[in-house]
Structure formats: C-alpha cells, structure tokens
Write a protein that binds this ligand. Structure first.
Ligand code: SF4
Length: 90
C-alpha cells in the first residue's frame, strides 16, 4: 500500500526515495502504477527473503504479504490486487 513505503523505509533507516530505488519494483496493474518488493538479482525470490527463508522486514512487510501469509503463498487473490490498485490511484 502507498503508505507502507515510508514505514518500511524508516524501518530500514532510509528515506522513501532510497527505499524505492533499492528495494522496489514498479508494476502497472489495472492501469495504475504500484510498487512491490523487487526480486533478488532478477530472479524469483523477494529481495527481503533472507538466507533462513524468513522475511527480513516481517514487522513491516507489505499488506498483501500479511493477507496471503507472505512469500509462501502460491495464490494471490485478484480482488486483493484490485483493492491495492485502487489505493494507489488515490
Ligand atoms: S513476506 Fe516474503 S514476499 Fe513479502 S516482503 Fe517478506 S520476503 Fe518478501
């Protein structure tokens, strides 16, 4: 969600622009620009997944991760993405 960017940035001791540049990737969903965690080295693992396969920002992980129990989920709900997209349109 848009307001989570500042929270996660602060958690990592970064400003929002630094956080976005270093850890986020942009998506266009339903015609709206959204941000999500980047993938490691262009692969399929989230940049916040640590060597122990745990979320390194668990306390401030994104809304969608909280709703679908994070990186272990195989299924991401279409309606949830639509709701996230609407929040980015604001
Ligand atoms: S829960 Fe998983 S997908 Fe979500 S931010 Fe953490 S490591 Fe990334």
């Amino acid at each position: 969600m848009p307001d989570e960017v500042a929270i996660a940035a602060r958690y990592l001791g970064l400003n929002e622009n630094e956080f976005i540049e270093k850890y986020c990737t942009e998506h266009i969903y339903d015609g709206t620009r959204t941000l999500s965690p980047a993938m490691k080295n262009g692969g399929s693992s989230c940049i916040f997944l640590n060597r122990d396969k745990e979320c390194s920002i668990h306390e401030v992980k994104p809304f969608e991760c909280k709703k679908v129990y994070g990186c272990g989920a195989n299924y991401r709900h279409k309606r949830l993405r639509e709701m996230i997209s609407k929040n980015w349109k604001k």
